[in-house]
Design a protein around this ligand. Structure first.
Ligand SMILES: [Zn+2]
Length: 99
């Protein structure tokens, strides 16, 4: 049993909110594997199963998926922008040729 002590010589920060205990993540796969799984580069049934059951890894997995999804979107929109710029250049060149 622990008795709450009030130390007068040392000022400890007040601990109003108890920090949640860090979960045991020793069995978690490395982050790169979770990312590879999210991107579809890796298919490892044991890791897939772990990600489904581990709330920490499933959160990371979703994060990676969102990340990859937005990367893909940025790439696609950059490509679309190039096409538009190219089209404008072509139109301008054709117009100047007809003058
Ligand atoms: Zn995990």
């Amino acid at each position: 049993m622990r008795v709450a002590r009030r130390s007068t010589d040392r000022k400890d920060p007040p601990q109003a909110v108890e920090t949640p205990s860090t979960p045991d993540r020793t069995h978690c796969p490395p982050d790169e594997k979770v990312r590879a799984l999210a991107s579809g580069e890796l298919s490892d049934p044991s890791i897939e199963e772990h990600v489904r059951e581990c709330s920490w890894c499933s959160a990371e997995y979703r994060d990676h998926q969102r990340d990859l999804e937005s990367n893909r979107f940025i790439k696609r929109s950059t490509y679309g922008l190039y096409v538009v710029i190219l089209a404008i250049i072509v139109v301008e060149v054709l117009r100047s040729c007809h003058r």
